[in-house]
Write a protein that binds this ligand. Structure first.
Ligand code: HAM
Length: 423
């Protein structure tokens, strides 16, 4: 056992697995850039206060924050999510609205690690600030949907709900509190403690004793103001117009406190229910203000890369596609020829690797075969004297050919079957 290993909940993503992480982010960027979103690159560290604005009834803030005092006596934290940073950035720079941004990168939450739940995890996401229109909610949700389709994921369910305007939400929370209070000690011990901090989250409980009280709990829709109800109806109508299947789930509340009005979650059918949220988002109309900016509506989502890739594995889609090598250069004359040839091949846009340490022909050919390259380019003393190179197919039974060194690049760049001579 080596002296050091990754800390609990932190992972190394090795090649070739890492290839699809980058491609995931590239496809996401392509999807949202085509819809007018630009990338915001914000720091991984912020003043702790930026994240406490997420809400003090949120586990992310109260239990899971990676925070510390830095050498300048500032209380700072590793970001547990990006929405608060985006709103801080908006309040700081005051860009013109609508401000449509996307992001990708790691987040940190001190959670109990398990499959699909890590202490460092990656998200991609978008946020739009300055637009109240319910049809923006539709655009935002539809972009996530389009992205899942581009990954090839099919077993994803979209559930949506509305938490109403802040006043509606506040009245609903009080009604829930009264309802669950009546249950008294019949409620599970954990839910009783959740009830004190955040009655909404009791609706998330999967514990058996809580279920009948959750079933009979008041419904948020009965608390919607006419404006909130109209906004939500427009969102649902827009989703239907785009033929995106969704379900209204009155018990969906989401884990972060800043949400108002529309909220939504994408759930993977193949994952265990505790970790089946592949991504989620919603409106957070008061957050910019809470961070010292002007009153500004906001909406966005974040998708968990780790979990989405687990769902891809379960469905057998979006696997790693490591770059295929065109050539592997085997040089048994000391290695300098391999240095020149690989540099030329790479310079011509080809993918080339080589053997090192002047190892034997047998050892280098073993590496060439293991590399998955299409061809080995072989240089021995005879080829050096004749100014040639041997090109040996590694994936087919075709004959190897000997060609002039000066024709090598053209041979690989154009037609790999033409040679000057065969041997
Ligand atoms: P969230 O629901 O906390 O929302 O996280 C979004 C996604 O990040 C989850 O659905 C999940 O896939 C992934 N995720 C969260 N925690 C972990 C973890 N410990 N390990 C692995 N994956 C995890 C937000 O973060 C909001 N900022 C979303 C948002 C954007 N709302 C509005 N705009």
């Amino acid at each position: 056992m080596p002296a050091f290993q990754t800390s609990p909940g932190m992972r190394d993503i090795l090649p070739p697995e890492s290839e699809r992480w980058r491609r995931f982010t590239d496809i996401f960027a392509d999807t949202v850039e085509r819809a007018g979103y630009g990338e915001l690159i914000s720091p991984l560290l912020e003043d702790l206060g930026v994240f406490t604005r997420i809400g003090d009834a949120t586990d992310v803030v109260t239990k899971e924050m990676y925070d510390f005092i830095d050498k300048g006596d500032r209380h700072i934290a590793l970001r547990p999510e990006v929405t608060a940073s985006v709103c801080r950035s908006f309040a700081q720079h005051r860009p013109t609205t609508p401000w449509k941004v996307f992001y990708s990168g790691p987040n940190f939450r001190y959670e109990r690690p398990q499959r699909g739940r890590y202490r460092q995890f990656e998200q991609v996401g978008i946020e739009v600030l300055g637009v109240d229109d319910p049809l923006l909610d539709v655009e935002v949700i539809a972009l996530a949907w389009e992205f899942y389709a581009r990954l090839g994921l099919r077993q994803v369910n979209l559930i949506i709900n509305s938490l109403g305007e802040p006043d509606d939400r506040a009245r609903y929370v009080e009604a829930l509190r009264a309802h669950f209070d009546q249950a008294g000690s019949a409620l599970s011990e954990q839910s009783r403690s959740t009830l004190i901090r955040n009655p909404l989250r009791v609706l998330d409980s999967k514990r058996e004793p809580d279920q009948r009280f959750i079933e009979s709990a008041p419904q948020i829709a009965d608390f919607h103001s006419p404006e909130a109800a109209e906004h939500f109806e427009s969102v649902c109508a827009g989703m239907s117009a785009l033929h995106i299947p969704f379900e209204v789930e009155p018990k969906l509340v989401r884990g972060l406190d800043y949400y108002r009005r529309t909220i939504f979650e994408f759930q993977g059918e193949t994952l265990n229910s505790a970790q089946n949220a592949l991504g989620g988002g919603g409106r957070y109309d008061g957050l910019v203000e809470a961070l010292g900016g002007p009153s500004t509506p906001g909406i966005g989502f974040a998708l968990g890369v780790d979990r989405t890739l687990l769902a891809c594995d379960d469905e057998g889609v979006f696997g790693p596609e490591p770059t295929e090598l065109d050539a592997f250069v085997v040089d048994v004359t000391g290695g300098l020829h391999a240095t020149e040839i690989t540099a030329d091949l790479r310079g011509a846009g080809l993918a080339a690797d080589r053997g090192y340490d002047n190892r034997s022909m047998k050892a280098q050919m073993k590496l060439a075969n293991r590399s998955g390259a299409q061809f080995a380019v072989i240089i021995g003393d005879d080829e050096v004297s004749a100014g040639t190179a041997v090109v040996k197919p590694l994936r087919t039974d075709d004959e190897q050919i000997t060609i002039a060194r000066s024709d090598l690049i053209a041979h690989f760049s154009q037609d790999t079957t033409t040679g000057t001579d065969s041997s």
